[in-house]
Ligand binder design. Structure first.
Ligand code: UDP
Length: 242
């Protein structure tokens, strides 16, 4: 697969065109940003860790019939993915109260939510990625109602599959962000990445933070936490959590 022009460079990833218009090359960077780009840094080996974790999780989700953009791992930090028309909405799924939810509710960090909460945020850096309702998404024609229903159902399914995957690896899946797009046939596909950059992972026994919050909150041992999450992805996990 020949790597061609750079299509887009984001905070943590670069997308390149390839000789196939339906295939892109996604490169994961060590760069890290937080607070809408106000905090910048690098996390050594993050590109490698996030590429490996994302690839494995996409393969795992495919085995549960979740359509993802992942095609192949092509190097330590690169994967080929299906070219998608992205829907400019970030979908957040929450199982445990943390992060921005604490500013909008009386929940304390760590409170278990009775059932998973789905939220939508407009993907627009200039506007600071504001939260947006279902009705606003439809009014602004960011996607059709059918697409919104499809991606919302997928998000909840991904949560169920991921929660059990992580429970068996002694990790609490606190919350995470997903992005979806449409392939050339108009089908809704999971895009972007699933990694410690986009998920909150807590150790099930100690509640220790094992994700980008270590960088956001200057907790130290950031590289170690990312590497530990990579190790847990590939560990032999028991079939059942109990
Ligand atoms: N998240 C993300 N990208 C964003 C915003 C959030 O990957 O631009 C992830 C974040 O890592 C967390 C979840 O989405 O796992 C929920 O984030 P939250 O709304 O609590 O915002 P934050 O506290 O990260 O600002």
């Amino acid at each position: 697969m020949e790597r061609k022009n750079k299509l887009y460079e984001g905070k943590a990833k670069i997308l390149f065109q390839t000789d196939d218009p339906n295939v892109l090359l996604q490169k994961f960077k060590d760069d890290a940003t937080a607070f809408n780009g106000k905090k910048k840094g690098t996390i050594a080996n993050k590109g490698f860790v996030n590429n490996q974790i994302s690839a494995h999780l996409y393969k795992y989700l495919s085995s549960y019939h979740v359509p993802t953009h992942f095609i192949n791992t092509v190097s330590d930090t690169e994967m080929t993915v299906v070219a998608l028309q992205m829907i400019p909405v970030e979908v957040i799924v929450r199982n445990i109260a943390a992060g921005s939810l604490l500013k909008r509710s009386d929940f304390k960090e760590g409170d278990v939510l009775e059932s998973p909460v789905l939220e939508y945020f407009l993907k627009d850096d200039d506007k600071g990625d504001p939260q947006i309702t279902r009705e606003e998404i439809l009014n602004q024609e960011l996607c059709s109602e059918e697409d919104l229903d499809a991606l919302s159902r997928l998000a909840l399914k991904i949560n169920a599959v991921m929660k059990s995957f992580w429970t068996r690896r002694n990790i609490k899946l606190v919350d995470f962000k997903l992005e979806f797009g449409k392939n050339k046939d108009g089908k809704i596909i999971l895009g972007d990445e699933i990694s410690p950059d986009t998920c909150r992972f807590w150790d099930a026994e100690t509640d220790e933070k094992m994700d980008k919050d270590r960088f956001r909150q200057d907790l130290g041992k950031v590289e170690e936490a990312y590497e530990d999450m990579r190790r847990r992805v590939f560990m032999e996990a028991p079939l059942e959590s109990e």
